[in-house]
Ligand binder design. Structure first.
Ligand code: ADP
Ligand code: ZN
Length: 310
């Protein structure tokens, strides 16, 4: 890192915490902090306070990058560009995140979903280098996914909402609540496999379920269907699986098996047979993909079309 490298503030906005960092490149973050997610007024003010303190300690900042929970408005022509929009999270409905930081600090602000930030970081510096299209999925408090295609983060009518793909209801389920838990859809991925859905359906918190519990077979089965649909529509070269639920070490091999089982030999590619361990993999950046991706979003807001890989 040269002395002249512009300083970027990275903000990963989550439902329970905002993780912030300052630095110029992923290898040299000067400081990081965690700020509790309460109301937008309080949380954004606390983040802003931390940034001001960082400016005193480290000098002027050139840009801010934000990857946040959503849904968010990514359409630059829209009146609500940069907002968290229709979230069910109390208080955060229609929150102008980009406007808040742009007005406060008068610097360019890069903005995307937390999972699009994560897929970007994994592509640049993590387990997805050189793999395009690339998908990053988190299975945690919710299920979300970011997609990178032709070197660009995928935006369209909205942004990918992978957690709400419909899958076949697990038949002969042993769960005490057999139906999915999403309030919008009876049979979507998130309703079966996010941490809170697992806890409600099986009566035990996901992190307390033993590895031989039947819940895991079902989680893997549901994920296998979702990944099959994604593999057949987006033709990814790699899929990265992160988030708290995926920390279970036995789960990724189970999901790999289910994906191959559901595809039933239809796609003749080594990635979907002997190289499946490389195709479906854990994040290379651990829990830092979202934060480092936000740093990349900040650098891109400065006008760097291709973020350098150093
Ligand atoms: P967030 O989604 O808020 O960013 P996480 O990705 O850590 O946070 O997801 C939290 C969810 O993941 C919780 O529902 C928790 O029960 C579940 N979880 C966390 N760690 C584990 C684990 N080791 N095994 C299974 N589930 C876990
Ligand atoms: Zn749903």
């Amino acid at each position: 890192m040269s002395e002249q490298s512009p300083l970027i503030v990275a903000i990963e906005g989550g439902g329970t915490k905002f993780v912030c960092g300052i630095g110029s490149d992923p290898h040299h973050l000067l400081a990081t902090t965690r700020i509790e997610t309460t109301t937008p007024q309080e949380t954004l003010e606390n983040v802003s306070h931390w940034i001001s303190k960082m400016k005193v300690e480290h000098g002027p900042i050139a840009a801010i990058g934000i990857g946040t929970f959503g849904p968010v408005d990514l359409n630059k022509e829209s009146d609500t560009y940069g907002y968290i929009t229709t979230t069910p999270k109390p208080h955060w409905h229609q929150t102008d995140v980009v406007g808040f930081f742009r007005n406060r600090f008068k610097v360019p602000v890069g903005f995307d979903t937390d999972v699009n930030a994560a897929v970007l970081a994994e592509y640049l510096w993590g387990a997805g280098q050189g793999k395009d299209p690339l998908i990053y999925i988190t299975v945690g408090t919710g299920v979300g996914g970011g997609v990178l295609v032709n070197g660009q983060l995928l935006h369209g009518l909205l942004h990918p909402e992978i957690g709400h793909l419909i899958v076949p209801p697990p038949h002969n389920s042993l769960a005490i609540q057999r139906e999915g838990q999403c309030p919008y859809h009876k049979s979507c991925v998130e309703g079966y496999v996010c941490g809170p859905s697992i806890a409600k359906r099986w009566g035990v918190k996901a992190d307390a379920l033993p590895p031989d519990h039947p819940a895991w077979e079902e989680v893997a089965d549901v994920m296998g269907y979702a990944l099959m649909n994604l593999t057949l529509t987006l033709s990814p070269k790699r899929i990265i699986l992160g988030g708290g639920v995926m920390q279970q070490p036995h789960l990724i091999p189970l999901v790999q098996g289910k994906l191959m089982h559901h595809l039933n030999g239809y796609v003749a590619a080594p990635e979907l047979s002997e190289d499946i361990q490389k195709f479906l993999t854990s994040p290379g950046l651990g829990g830092r993909s979202g934060l480092l991706g936000s740093l990349a979003l900040g650098r891109m807001a400065l006008g760097e079309k291709n973020v350098p890989t150093s």
